[in-house]
Ligand binder design. Structure first.
Ligand SMILES: *Cc1c(COP(=O)(O)O)cnc(C)c1O
Length: 496
């Protein structure tokens, strides 16, 4: 008999719940993150070879969902990936010199967050349906730029839902901000805060377990959920493209079935890389996950020392979606690698909260070294990487993906590893046009001018979602203090 597909908290203080409840709840009631409490499904690569992206997605997701939801999952994956939101290939894999670049940014907002946030609203509505939930759900999302827009597009006018997005008012790129504050839809709201991404994420996480919010939400027949990668419904869809890109290379005969490859992942909140780790645990032949960071290099330090030390300066960089010091999903990795020891994870997280630092046990660290390599790029190195890649291959990287290219080169110099490497491209270069234009030309231009000049220079197509962005009507101007997020949420609930 297979074990029931239940989900538990990484901190071990919540009763097991089913898939649908996990999606709707977003975060565990003890402040931990929800994780599958069953052996991960094992996939046979051979049987996946001929599937289209949406079929592959439903095949993978069904391993995490009880039988009564399988038909709904198939429909959901078809709507997200089998229609007009993505190109037919969904994730094109390009060859740039001796690395493969998997373009995760072909969705509705030109960022990799679309890979999961086109599916999450479907997972949310099917869970509401299966649970016969009569209350409305209010989605809260903290964003370093890209989650916000992708979540707004995903949840726009979805029945039974409303969404509030909190972004650092000076911590996102001009293009990202314009994408968000011009968002259409009746059930959406975008709010700037006077802090950084970590402040926004911490406040949002607190809101879920705040007693006064619980009281108000009960009185107004509403409940909260999350669109951040703390929601397991964000993580599971991200497993799919690891299999998909690998199988694409097999089909093109760049590699043979069962050959090992490396993946390089520009990382922030660590959701992307963690999904890769789960893919490996489900049978994908990955040798190393190479995590790249920008100057906020807390993950690089963690993967090289086993110590997570958040007592450090926070930098605003030209790769702003990775300007993060609290990488939430690391908690899930540590849970997996400590043999699902929630009490131990709870101790680490208590130390992180109280002292801003924790160190994993040697047994956990040994495994970390086995699976992961890490490195970072300074802002100057980001610009050089963009220029270098473009001059060598004609491929144009965005600033986030450029950290990956920089780190791959260093990793290959320092290790004996010469396996094929797949670099996950997390954004279109046109989302960060000022820096990308500067990298190529050594000149500065403001955002819309830079888009035009980049296009003139490279003739690379501008993604449709970014065309005429400056012409759109601004709908959301509000900026609030970070201390008032919880009161703000309560007030919105009473207005329902
Ligand atoms: C969100 C984001 C990242 C970081 O991804 P995580 O899953 O948070 O590690 C990297 N690059 C871009 C462009 C992003 O939007």
């Amino acid at each position: 008999m297979s074990k029931a597909l239940t989900y538990v908290s990484t901190r071990n203080k919540q009763e097991p719940i089913d898939f649908y409840t996990a999606i709707l709840q977003g975060i565990a009631s003890d402040g931990g993150l929800l994780v599958p409490d069953f052996d991960l499904p094992q996939l046979s690569l051979k049987e996946l070879m001929d599937l289209e992206y949406h079929q592959l997605a439903s095949t993978i997701l069904k391993g995490f969902v009880p039988k009564d939801g399988h038909l709904l999952i198939e429909e959901a994956c078809k709507s997200a990936y089998g229609g007009s939101l993505f190109p037919k290939e969904v994730v094109p894999v390009k060859k740039a010199g001796d690395i493969f670049v998997a373009e995760l940014f072909q969705g509705p907002t030109a960022a990799f967050k679309d890979m999961a946030l086109t599916l999450l609203p479907h997972l949310m509505t099917l869970s509401l349906k299966v649970k016969k939930e009569a209350r409305d759900v209010m989605i809260l999302a903290a964003t370093s730029g890209d989650t916000g827009k992708a979540a707004l597009e995903g949840f726009k006018d979805v029945e039974g839902t409303s969404i509030k997005v909190f972004y650092p008012s000076d911590g996102v790129s001009a293009i990202q901000k314009q994408q968000m504050i011009t968002q259409e839809g009746k059930n959406v709201e975008v709010i700037g805060i006077d802090g950084n991404f970590d402040d926004a994420q911490t406040a949002v996480k607190q809101a879920f377990n705040d007693a006064s919010i619980k009281a108000v939400s009960k009185a107004h027949q509403i409940f909260l959920s999350s669109a951040n990668s703390i929601n397991i419904g964000r993580l599971l869809p991200q497993i799919v493209y690891y299999f998909y890109t690998y199988l694409s290379l097999v089909k093109r005969k760049e590699i043979q079935l069962y050959d090992e490859v490396d993946f390089c992942i520009p990382s922030g909140n660590f959701g992307n890389a963690l999904a890769g780790f789960i893919a490996k645990k489900m049978g994908l032949p990955v040798h190393k996950f190479i995590c790249s960071s920008n100057k906020n290099n807390i993950l690089t330090d963690f993967f090289t020392t086993g110590r997570y030390d958040a007592n450090r300066e926070f930098y605003k960089t030209n790769a702003p979606a990775m300007d993060i010091l609290i990488s939430s999903n690391l908690e899930r990795l540590v849970w997996f690698l400590s043999d699902h020891n929630g009490d131990q994870v709870n101790q680490y997280m208590t130390r992180l909260k109280e002292d801003g630092i924790y160190e994993v046990d040697p047994a956990v660290f040994d495994q970390i070294k086995q699976y992961f390599a890490a490195g970072y790029a300074s802002e100057t190195e980001v610009l050089l990487a963009i220029k270098d890649m473009y001059e060598q291959t004609g491929y144009l990287l965005d600033t986030h993906t450029a950290t990956g290219y920089h780190v791959i080169k260093k990793y290959r110099e320092e290790s004996q590893d010469s396996l094929p490497v797949i670099l996950l491209a997390t954004a279109s270069p046109y989302k960060f046009p000022e820096a990308v234009y500067e990298a190529l030309s050594q000149n500065k231009a403001d955002e819309y001018e830079a888009i035009k000049k980049l296009h003139d220079l490279t003739h690379i197509e501008i993604p449709a979602p970014l065309i005429d962005l400056d012409q759109r009507e601004i709908r959301f101007k509000e900026v609030i203090k970070k201390e008032t997020i919880i009161d703000f949420v309560k007030e919105k609930m009473t207005q329902k």
